[in-house]
Every structure is written in C-alpha cells, then in structure tokens.
Design a protein around this ligand. Structure first.
Ligand code: ZN
Length: 204
C-alpha cells in the first residue's frame, strides 16, 4: 500500500531541497529516505532500484519511479501538476506542466513502472492551477488544443488535468480539486510571481 501526502505553503518552500532543513524535516516526518528532482519541464525519468545512504538525494529528471519500500519520491510544484502514480509494487512522482503534457513525461513514467512489473496503476493529482484560472495567449491555446483537444477549457484557458486524464486513458486518475491560484494556502507562480514550491510525496 502506497503512502502519499501533499504539503502546503505553511510547511515552507522546498524549491531548493539540497541541504534544506525543511527537506530533512519532511524526511523525518515520513520516516524514509527522500528523493527530489531538479526539474526542467523535460520528459526524463529516473528509476531508483537501490536504497541510498543519503537522507536527501536530488536527480536531474521530471519523473522518479521506484519499486523499493521506504524510498520516498517528491515532486516540487507551484502551478504545475504533482502527479503521484501508485500500484502494489511500484510508485512514481511526476512533474506535469503544459510542456510535460506535450512531451508525455507521464506516459514515460508509466512505461518505466510497467518495466518493473507494475499492474493496476492509478494516480492522484494534487494542488495545481485549475482550468478556470490557467489563461494562455490565443496562439498557444490554438497550438496546444489542436493536438490535445481535451485541454481546451473556456476561451484561451487550458485544463491540464483534463488533458492528462485523456492522455492516460485506462489509468484511474483522481484530482484533489485544489487550485493553487485560488487557494492562498499554496504557492502559486501565477497568482503571486513567487518562487516557492510545495511538494507531493509518495512511497511504498
Ligand atoms: Zn483556479
């Protein structure tokens, strides 16, 4: 059974987890080694199949996958989607924004989970900017919704969750329904131009 949590802004920002007291505190809270990502809106996935001695590790990727118990995976976000994927024996944490939707980072994570034998994968999407708040310029709206019509919300607004749910057909996805731009308890780059990041964390 996987364990998962999402922090709020009141825990503090985890935008620089390396040598961060907050990252250590989070590791102690959950009682496991904790792995973060240096995210770049790419589609690289790192698969962790060994336990590390370090309390905190940071990988260059936008997705982490593990089949190891007590190895926690964290994804840092402000308005992008923190996607946590779970199955009986394999879990993943994935950073999915507008670019990640287009470069299929979540699809790549599921491919890696299946290589480790994952079956009956489901997912939870934590706090992110909702379809009513995520306005983009008309050209970008046109380009994205041409290839990913499910992302089309109201005029010039993108619904990232709807796009992801369409991309991951066959995977049961839950949306916590918390909008970072509307809810002051969460960091939002769009709402406040701030650099702070909350995290989604998952472990077996
Ligand atoms: Zn909203």
């Amino acid at each position: 059974m996987a364990r998962l949590l999402f922090t709020s802004r009141h825990f503090g920002s985890l935008d620089h987890p390396k040598n961060s007291d907050k990252a250590i505190n989070l590791s102690r809270l959950i009682g496991t080694q904790l792995n973060f990502m240096n995210q770049s809106h790419g589609n690289q996935i790192v698969v962790i199949t060994n336990k590390s001695e370090a309390d905190i590790s940071v990988y260059e990727s936008d997705g982490l996958v593990t089949n190891q118990a007590n190895v926690a995976l964290a994804v840092q976000v402000a308005d992008c989607m923190p996607l946590l994927l779970l199955s009986k024996n394999v879990v993943a944490a994935v950073h999915v924004g507008r670019k990640g939707l287009l470069n299929q980072v979540a699809v790549n994570a599921i491919v890696e989970m299946k290589k480790l034998g994952a079956e009956q994968i489901s997912g939870v999407v934590g706090p992110h900017i909702c379809g009513n708040c995520y306005e983009v310029d008309p050209q970008m709206f046109g380009e994205i919704t041409k290839d990913y019509p499910a992302t089309a919300g109201k005029t010039n607004h993108l619904n990232l969750f709807a796009g992801l749910a369409d991309q991951l057909k066959g995977i049961e996805l839950k949306n916590l329904g918390i909008c970072t731009k509307e809810n002051v308890n969460y960091f939002s780059h769009r709402a406040y131009g701030e650099a702070g990041r909350q995290v989604g964390v998952i472990s077996l």
